[in-house]
Each structure stands twice: as structure tokens, then as C-alpha cells.
Design a protein around this ligand. Sequence first.
Ligand SMILES: *[C@@H]1O[C@H](CO)[C@@H](O)[C@H](O)[C@H]1NC(C)=O
Ligand SMILES: *[C@@H]1O[C@H](CO)[C@@H](O)[C@H](O)[C@H]1NC(C)=O
Ligand SMILES: *[C@@H]1O[C@H](CO)[C@@H](O)[C@H](O)[C@H]1NC(C)=O
Ligand SMILES: *[C@@H]1O[C@H](CO)[C@@H](O)[C@H](O)[C@H]1NC(C)=O
Length: 194
Amino acid sequence: MFGVIALLCLVSVSHAATAECEDLVKPVDQAIGLHHLEGRRALIASSIKNPAYAERFKSRDSASITFVNETSRISLIRVFSFNDSCQYQSSNIILQGSGFNFEDFNLTVTFLYTSCHDCWMMRFDNQSKELQRIYLFSKRREVEQKELEEFSAQAKCLNLPPPILMDHTKELCPERISREPTVQTEEKTEEQKA
Ligand SMILES: *[C@@H]1O[C@H](CO)[C@@H](O)[C@H](O)[C@H]1NC(C)=O
Ligand SMILES: *[C@@H]1O[C@H](CO)[C@@H](O)[C@H](O)[C@H]1NC(C)=O
Ligand SMILES: *[C@@H]1O[C@H](CO)[C@@H](O)[C@H](O)[C@H]1NC(C)=O
Ligand SMILES: *[C@@H]1O[C@H](CO)[C@@H](O)[C@H](O)[C@H]1NC(C)=O
């Protein structure tokens, strides 16, 4: 009898977790437009499936992203602080539904639900539509504990490893004014592999 009760309890707990997970990792329910993509956001945390990619990720001191619409194309500018220097990467993207695709590599990005008002929660899938990693960006350098906990719960729901947190005391690289693309081939390869 006791065993049956225990089992029933377990079943209802796992049902609750599944229902909660469904809500936690659902894509945003509107099509992403440029107005959603205004302003620069700093990287807060990431949860990464590929351990080798996670190691490379950890060598970055800080990172930020900005979207720009120039010459009728939208680019995602990523700025990394790494080994006391700044790296800039610009990639053309195509908005699609609740996210976007990169023009030059097969990665699909989907904006997921977040309760954080100034955050972007992004999910990256590879060309076989398999989840690779998730990122949390914010206008702030540091988010609230409950917002981090939500991100950890999302990672867990998606069976990803616990998030890697960025050190919010490390300075962000300056946003570059000129848009000379210095796309790093090495990074592109990394993106494709990861
Ligand atoms: C980007 O800007 C161009 C004008 O430079 C405009 O024609 C285009 O519609 C904009 N793209 C989006 C998605 O708003
Ligand atoms: C870090 O920077 C130093 C000096 O700028 C350079 O000698 C070193 O090779 C760099 N290390 C890496 C891993 O890029
Ligand atoms: C992306 O995937 C498609 C189909 O799977 C393939 O034809 C294309 O060459 C790939 N593009 C890149 C940049 O890898
Ligand atoms: C996509 O990711 C999965 C799991 O990480 C991997 O097994 C698969 O080979 C990847 N597909 C491509 C086309 O890179």
C-alpha cells in the first residue's frame, strides 16, 4: 500500500514538472520584429550541450550583442572580451517567426519565454534541429536571483547542463561605431561544429 502511494506521488510530481517545463521553455508567441531587437544586451549566462564548446565559452570575460538593420539587411553584432582584447563578429540574419536564422551557417535561433522584462532568452538549434545551447542576455549586467533560477530551470527542462554564469564585474568591450566586418573564420567553424 505504502509503495503504491509513494508511486502515485512520484507520478503526480513528474506530471507537474512536465507541465511547468512546457510553459518554461515555450517559444515567445509573437513573430520577432526589429522593434523587439532594440538595444544592446550583455550576456548573463549560457547552458551548453557540447563540453568542448563550453570550455571555449569559459575563456570569454564578457560578451554583448546588438542587432542592426543596415543596407536592408539585419546583422547580429557579437562583441567578446577575451584575453584583454575585444573581438567583433557580424553575421547577417533572417528573421523568421519567433526567432531568426543565420545566413551563413545553419543555426536556428528561437526566442523563448522569460519572465525577465529586459532579457532575451535564446535557444540555438543546429541544422538537424537539435538543441545546442541557450543564452540569457539582459540590458543589465546582473539579473535577479529569481531570474537566474528561472534560467537554470529552463536549462534543466531542456536537459542541458547547469548554466555557466558570466562575471558581471568584467567590463564589456566598447560597441564599435564603424561596421567593418571582422568575422573570425575560426568562430564560424566553431559555430558550425557546436
Ligand atoms: C531595414 O531597413 C531598410 C531600410 O534601410 C528597410 O527597407 C527594411 O524594411 C528594414 N528591415 C526591417 C525588417 O524592418
Ligand atoms: C593573450 O594575449 C597575449 C598578449 O596580447 C598573447 O601573447 C597570447 O598569445 C594571447 N593568448 C591567447 C590564448 O590568445
Ligand atoms: C545548410 O543546410 C542545407 C541543407 O541541410 C545545406 O544545403 C547548406 O549547404 C547548409 N549551409 C551551410 C552554410 O552549411
Ligand atoms: C546536431 O546536434 C546533434 C547533437 O548535438 C548532433 O548529434 C548532430 O550531428 C548535429 N547535426 C549537425 C548537422 O551538425
